[in-house]
Ligand binder design. Structure first.
Ligand code: DC
Length: 216
C-alpha cells in the first residue's frame, strides 16, 4: 500500500508549510487540498456562479483544468498561485467547501495524487474522508490568537496591508464554518495524533511528524 500522511487542521495553523517540509524530507508527493477549494472560489467568481447553485458548481469542479507544476498552480493557462492565497479566496473556499456537491466532485481528483513513493496531504478531511487508510493522521492546530498573528506576519511580509482584529474575526468565522458544516466537517479523528504548535517552531513540528511516522 502506498503510504499516506494526512495532516488536517484549522486555518493558518501552519499545516501547509509543515506538510510541504515533511513531504520534502521523505521524498513524498504533496497535496494541498485547500488550493483546490480556493480554485473553486476563484473559478466560480469568474464564471458568476453563486454558492446557492450546487449543480452549476459541481459541473464547474468537474471541468476545472488545474495543474500543479514547478511549485506553481495553473488554472488553464493562468498562473493562480498568488491570487488564490488572498483572504477573499480563503473565505470563498470555505463557503465552497460547505457545498456537498463540490466536495463530491473533488474526491477523485484528490485521490489521484496518491502515487509512489508516498503522499503527504493537507486539508480538513484528508484523514477522515479522502485517505481514511492513511498510515499516520495528524491534527495540527494552534491557539487562534497565535494563528491570527502568524497570518498577519505572512501578509505584511508580502506587502499586503492587514488588520489583526479583522483577521482574528475572519479566522474564528472560518473555523466555525469548517467545523460545523454537515459534510466532512473539520474534526480531530479518534485515530489522529494531536499536534499543538502554539509554542512550537516549524522545524519542531516537522521533526515530531517524522518521528511519529517512523514509529507507525
Ligand atoms: O487550507 P486552506 O486555508 O487553504 O483552505 C481554505 C478553505 O478550503 C478552508 O477554510 C475550507 C476549505 N477546505 C475544505 O473544505 N476541505 C479541505 N480538505 C481543504 C480546504
Amino acid at each position: 500500500m502506498i503510504p499516506v500522511i494526512a495532516i488536517d487542521g484549522p486555518t493558518a495553523s501552519g499545516k501547509g508549510t509543515v506538510a510541504q517540509l515533511v513531504a520534502q524530507q521523505l521524498g513524498f508527493h504533496y497535496l494541498d487540498s485547500g488550493a483546490l477549494y480556493r480554485l473553486v472560489g476563484l473559478a466560480s467568481l469568474q464564471a458568476g456562479i453563486e454558492f446557492s447553485e450546487p449543480q452549476r458548481l459541481q459541473k464547474l469542479c468537474r471541468q476545472m483544468a488545474i495543474e500543479f507544476r514547478d511549485g506553481c498552480i495553473f488554472f488553464g493557462k493562468e498562473d493562480v498561485t498568488e491570487v488564490i492565497r488572498s483572504e477573499e479566496m480563503g473565505k470563498r473556499a470555505s463557503s465552497a467547501g460547505a457545498v456537498p456537491e463540490v466536495r463530491e466532485a473533488l474526491i477523485e481528483l484528490q485521490k489521484s495524487f496518491l502515487k509512489p513513493p508516498g503522499l503527504v496531504a493537507d486539508g480538513r478531511d484528508m484523514g477522515s474522508v479522502i485517505f481514511p487508510q492513511a498510515q499516520l493522521k495528524v491534527f495540527l492546530t494552534a491557539d487562534a490568537k497565535i494563528r491570527a498573528q502568524r497570518r498577519y506576519k505572512q501578509l505584511i511580509a508580502k506587502g499586503i496591508s492587514a488588520n489583526i482584529e479583522v483577521l482574528t474575526k475572519d479566522l474564528v468565522e472560518r473555523d466555525l464554518r469548517d467545523t460545523q458544516r454537515e459534510t466532512a466537517p473539520l474534526v480531530q479523528s479518534e485515530d489522529a495524533f494531536l499536534l499543538d504548535t502554539t509554542d512550537q517552531t516549524i522545524d519542531e513540528a516537522v521533526s515530531q511528524i517524522i518521528a511519529w511516522y517512523q514509529k507507525v
